[in-house]
Design a protein around this ligand. Sequence first.
Ligand SMILES: NC(=O)c1ccc[n+]([C@@H]2O[C@H](COP(=O)([O-])OP(=O)(O)OC[C@H]3O[C@@H](n4cnc5c(N)ncnc54)[C@H](OP(=O)(O)O)[C@@H]3O)[C@@H](O)[C@H]2O)c1
Length: 332
Amino acid sequence: MQYRTLSDGTTSFEVSTLCLGAMNFGTRTDPATSRAILDRFVEAGGTFIDTANNYSVWSGGTGRDSEDLLGAWLRERRGRDSVRIATKVGAAQKDQMKPLSTTPPTNYEGLSAEVIRRQAPESARHLGVSHIDVLYGHVDDRDVDIAETVGAFGALQQEGLIGISGISNVATWRVVEAREEARRQGIAPYGAVQQQHSYLQPAPRFGRNNFVTPGLLDYAASTGTPERPLLAVTVYSPLHQGAIARTDKPLWGGVDHPTSHARRALLHEVAADIGATANQVALAWLLGGDVPVIPVIGASSVAQLDEALGAADLVLDPEIRARLDAEPGEAR
Ligand SMILES: NC(=O)c1ccc[n+]([C@@H]2O[C@H](COP(=O)([O-])OP(=O)(O)OC[C@H]3O[C@@H](n4cnc5c(N)ncnc54)[C@H](OP(=O)(O)O)[C@@H]3O)[C@@H](O)[C@H]2O)c1
């Protein structure tokens, strides 16, 4: 396992470069299997776990199932000090009687100071912790003044409830604007941004702001100076929810186009050539990129996790990376 530093210029700590996503724990993944996956992750050196305050309400849960399961597991294993926990606020149901949706009307609570102040301690309570290492705004909220959102995260930091703040599902210019606003308020800026990203890239579309863009990676690469504190990029659905491994699974979310199909086939070709699996090549590509990102992996069994863990120390040779990075139609 490899490690890297998360920092917002004020608070810094190490995390494993593979982060374990706990979205389905306690709902789609039963509690015993979830605990076995968590145990195996920690045994393999994993130290970074990702959840949210709405997981997994769309799988028939309450929305707190993942945080509750993590809280119980931390208590049982007395493991609080060996892991860093990230959770998210802002995308729980505003109206409990209505479903959540990713398209308007979304029914998200949003990122007002009132929501952040109310929900962060609730997450800590469900997780059974006194301190949340990383707290993300789950989905950007353009209806709230950015100064209010940023100020609310800053206040929680100053009170010691959270370590590093972050934002997810957001346009890059909004990340930059929020970090500038933090500087104006004299508080630590977002130190992490979480977006969807894998070797399979979406077709560009105006308003599609949930994916990593080259511009975000370029901005992240420019951080890590006193004037511009570090910004880590954590990436969800790096295995495209099983559709990289399983070619019978549909490519969703704007990714179903010929280039992605060709790239998925190439992952399998490369994997066969180097004696790895397509998932491992996809993760190694993310971990070893010009701007390395932190994949937030999902696993529904210990075997799936073990496969992903096999990528933690897999370094792709330059000629393999060149083959993977070739433009469509270029010789490979
Ligand atoms: N910020 C956000 O808005 C956001 C959104 C989504 C997720 N997340 C975070 O990211 C984490 C990971 O998300 P994700 O689950 O979408 O990530 P993922 O790593 O792309 O997908 C994981 C899923 O892929 C399938 N899979 C893995 N290995 C496989 C194999 N060898 N063969 C076939 N299927 C395989 C499994 O699904 P099955 O076995 O169940 O088919 C597994 O649960 C979540 O837990 C959550 O923490 C954040």
